[in-house]
Design a protein around this ligand. Sequence first.
Ligand SMILES: *[C@@H]1O[C@H](CO)[C@@H](O)[C@H](O)[C@H]1NC(C)=O
Ligand SMILES: *[C@@H]1O[C@H](CO)[C@@H](O)[C@H](O)[C@H]1NC(C)=O
Ligand SMILES: *[C@@H]1O[C@H](CO)[C@@H](O)[C@H](O)[C@H]1NC(C)=O
Ligand SMILES: *[C@@H]1O[C@H](CO)[C@@H](O)[C@H](O)[C@H]1NC(C)=O
Length: 189
Amino acid sequence: MEKHYIILILCSILVFANGNGVAQGPKAVRKWFKKHSNAKEKLTEFHFYLHDIVSGRNPTNIPVAMANATTQSPTYFGLIAAMDDLLTEGPEPDSKVVGRASGLFGSSSLQELGLHMTFNIVFTEGKYNGSMLAVSGYNQFNNRYRELPIVGGSGVFRLARGVATLENVWYNNTSGDALVEYHVVVLHY
Ligand SMILES: *[C@@H]1O[C@H](CO)[C@@H](O)[C@H](O)[C@H]1NC(C)=O
Ligand SMILES: *[C@@H]1O[C@H](CO)[C@@H](O)[C@H](O)[C@H]1NC(C)=O
Ligand SMILES: *[C@@H]1O[C@H](CO)[C@@H](O)[C@H](O)[C@H]1NC(C)=O
Ligand SMILES: *[C@@H]1O[C@H](CO)[C@@H](O)[C@H](O)[C@H]1NC(C)=O
């Protein structure tokens, strides 16, 4: 009996050290829901920087498709792109990695540079390693601040909800590259 407890504790420590994010099977998910059905949510905040690289040999944001009319549109209406942008703790590109912002967006406005975005913040470090936050919203790129809804998550962020506030640190209108500061507030169990 005691031996089992020790093994259990050791396993928990190992799971914690590797992050709780790696997707588990349906049994574990159902158990988690039962355990958390009356639990109180906690609030977690993140601060990091997104490196959006469009130019050069190793872009992390690439156009995938567009309509004929997109080339005539001042707002790139109809352009669809894929991104897998690096997220770091500080503004420098060689700062400690937090994870990646991985997903798709499309230019969905005729009037302004407005992007419908759907992507995941995929954490790759520490206790959040493997866990994700699902972001879905409308990014008015020329506004100083943009609010993108966090609509869910996986791993330690199951049933998460929150808001990511975006602000450009800089945007190079020649290369298209940008550095974007993210403040994320999220409620989760
Ligand atoms: C798009 O442009 C190409 C090349 O000019 C043309 O062949 C094609 O018919 C156009 N497609 C539409 C849907 O207008
Ligand atoms: C994050 O998790 C992956 C997959 O389990 C693992 O390969 C990787 O080494 C982990 N990274 C860190 C920094 O713990
Ligand atoms: C590009 O940025 C420069 C420097 O910030 C600015 O002077 C210029 O007006 C911008 N060009 C366009 C087309 O927005
Ligand atoms: C903006 O991008 C252009 C083209 O890559 C580059 O020549 C220029 O130095 C960049 N400007 C800044 C301020 O980094």
